[in-house]
Write a protein that binds this ligand. Sequence first.
Ligand code: ZN
Length: 136
Amino acid sequence: MIKKIDHLGIAVTDLQEAIEIYKNIGLEFVGTEVVDEQKVETAFFRVGESYFELLAATDPSSPIAKFIEKNGGRMHHIALAVDDVEAEIERLLGLGFDMIDKSPRRGAHGNLIAFMHPKATKGTLLEICCKEKPSV
Ligand code: ZN
Protein backbone atom coordinates (compact mmCIF):
# COMPACT_ATOMS: atom_id res chain seq x y z
CA MET A 1 0.00 0.00 0.00
CA ILE A 2 1.27 3.48 -0.89
CA LYS A 3 0.73 5.71 2.16
CA LYS A 4 2.07 9.20 1.47
CA ILE A 5 4.89 11.22 -0.05
CA ASP A 6 7.79 10.38 2.24
CA HIS A 7 10.27 12.84 0.77
CA LEU A 8 11.40 14.76 -2.29
CA GLY A 9 15.00 14.09 -3.30
CA ILE A 10 16.89 17.15 -4.57
CA ALA A 11 20.36 16.82 -6.14
CA VAL A 12 22.70 19.63 -5.07
CA THR A 13 26.26 20.54 -6.02
CA ASP A 14 27.21 22.06 -2.66
CA LEU A 15 25.52 20.51 0.37
CA GLN A 16 26.49 23.21 2.92
CA GLU A 17 25.31 25.99 0.64
CA ALA A 18 22.03 24.15 -0.02
CA ILE A 19 21.49 23.53 3.72
CA GLU A 20 21.81 27.28 4.33
CA ILE A 21 19.33 28.06 1.55
CA TYR A 22 16.67 25.69 2.86
CA LYS A 23 17.24 26.86 6.46
CA ASN A 24 16.77 30.45 5.27
CA ILE A 25 13.55 29.46 3.51
CA GLY A 26 12.37 28.33 6.95
CA LEU A 27 12.37 24.55 6.74
CA GLU A 28 13.25 22.56 9.87
CA PHE A 29 16.74 21.05 9.52
CA VAL A 30 16.88 17.48 10.82
CA GLY A 31 20.46 16.43 10.10
CA THR A 32 22.93 14.97 7.64
CA GLU A 33 23.97 11.42 6.90
CA VAL A 34 26.51 9.82 4.57
CA VAL A 35 25.12 6.84 2.64
CA ASP A 36 28.27 5.05 1.47
CA GLU A 37 26.40 2.51 -0.62
CA GLN A 38 25.11 5.31 -2.89
CA LYS A 39 28.15 7.59 -2.52
CA VAL A 40 26.05 10.49 -1.30
CA GLU A 41 25.77 12.75 1.69
CA THR A 42 22.17 13.60 2.49
CA ALA A 43 20.57 16.40 4.49
CA PHE A 44 16.99 16.12 5.68
CA PHE A 45 14.47 18.89 6.32
CA ARG A 46 11.07 18.25 7.81
CA VAL A 47 8.08 19.62 5.86
CA GLY A 48 4.98 18.61 7.82
CA GLU A 49 4.70 14.81 7.53
CA SER A 50 7.22 14.69 4.68
CA TYR A 51 10.83 15.67 4.10
CA PHE A 52 13.18 17.28 1.66
CA GLU A 53 16.24 15.09 1.10
CA LEU A 54 19.18 17.04 -0.30
CA LEU A 55 21.69 14.76 -2.05
CA ALA A 56 25.31 15.63 -2.76
CA ALA A 57 27.83 13.27 -4.34
CA THR A 58 30.76 12.14 -2.20
CA ASP A 59 32.57 10.66 -5.21
CA PRO A 60 32.66 11.42 -8.96
CA SER A 61 31.32 7.89 -9.64
CA SER A 62 28.18 8.60 -7.56
CA PRO A 63 24.88 8.41 -9.47
CA ILE A 64 24.16 11.92 -8.13
CA ALA A 65 27.40 13.28 -9.69
CA LYS A 66 26.32 11.82 -13.03
CA PHE A 67 22.82 13.23 -12.65
CA ILE A 68 24.13 16.74 -11.88
CA GLU A 69 26.54 16.56 -14.81
CA LYS A 70 23.58 15.92 -17.12
CA ASN A 71 20.83 17.99 -15.49
CA GLY A 72 22.39 20.41 -13.00
CA GLY A 73 21.22 20.63 -9.39
CA ARG A 74 17.45 20.09 -9.34
CA MET A 75 14.75 17.72 -8.23
CA HIS A 76 15.94 14.12 -8.54
CA HIS A 77 13.21 11.83 -7.22
CA ILE A 78 9.91 11.52 -5.35
CA ALA A 79 9.79 8.92 -2.59
CA LEU A 80 6.55 7.16 -1.63
CA ALA A 81 6.20 5.55 1.77
CA VAL A 82 4.97 1.96 1.66
CA ASP A 83 4.38 -0.74 4.29
CA ASP A 84 6.53 -3.40 2.69
CA VAL A 85 9.17 -2.55 0.04
CA GLU A 86 9.64 -6.14 -1.07
CA ALA A 87 5.90 -6.68 -1.60
CA GLU A 88 5.62 -3.37 -3.51
CA ILE A 89 8.52 -4.35 -5.79
CA GLU A 90 6.71 -7.59 -6.59
CA ARG A 91 3.42 -5.78 -7.12
CA LEU A 92 4.94 -3.17 -9.47
CA LEU A 93 6.93 -5.77 -11.42
CA GLY A 94 3.71 -7.78 -11.70
CA LEU A 95 2.02 -4.72 -13.24
CA GLY A 96 4.79 -4.59 -15.83
CA PHE A 97 6.79 -1.66 -14.39
CA ASP A 98 10.55 -1.76 -14.72
CA MET A 99 12.42 -1.53 -11.41
CA ILE A 100 16.06 -0.40 -11.04
CA ASP A 101 16.10 -2.32 -7.75
CA LYS A 102 14.55 -5.76 -7.96
CA SER A 103 15.21 -6.25 -4.27
CA PRO A 104 15.26 -3.68 -1.42
CA ARG A 105 18.49 -1.89 -0.50
CA ARG A 106 19.52 0.43 2.31
CA GLY A 107 18.94 4.17 2.07
CA ALA A 108 19.43 6.95 4.61
CA HIS A 109 18.37 6.23 8.22
CA GLY A 110 18.58 2.49 7.58
CA ASN A 111 15.38 2.64 5.51
CA LEU A 112 14.71 -0.02 2.95
CA ILE A 113 14.33 1.56 -0.48
CA ALA A 114 13.92 0.66 -4.14
CA PHE A 115 13.90 2.83 -7.25
CA MET A 116 11.58 2.38 -10.21
CA HIS A 117 13.13 2.90 -13.61
CA PRO A 118 12.38 6.47 -14.80
CA LYS A 119 11.15 5.11 -18.13
CA ALA A 120 8.38 3.33 -16.18
CA THR A 121 6.84 6.75 -15.48
CA LYS A 122 8.00 8.42 -18.71
CA GLY A 123 10.71 10.41 -16.98
CA THR A 124 10.11 10.81 -13.24
CA LEU A 125 12.27 8.80 -10.86
CA LEU A 126 10.13 7.25 -8.10
CA GLU A 127 11.51 5.66 -4.95
CA ILE A 128 9.50 3.47 -2.63
CA CYS A 129 10.68 3.34 0.94
CA CYS A 130 9.81 1.89 4.29
CA LYS A 131 11.01 3.16 7.63
CA GLU A 132 12.47 0.52 9.87
CA LYS A 133 13.47 3.01 12.53
CA PRO A 134 10.95 5.11 14.45
CA SER A 135 12.59 8.56 13.99
CA VAL A 136 13.29 10.11 10.58
ZN1 ZN B 1 15.23 9.38 -1.43
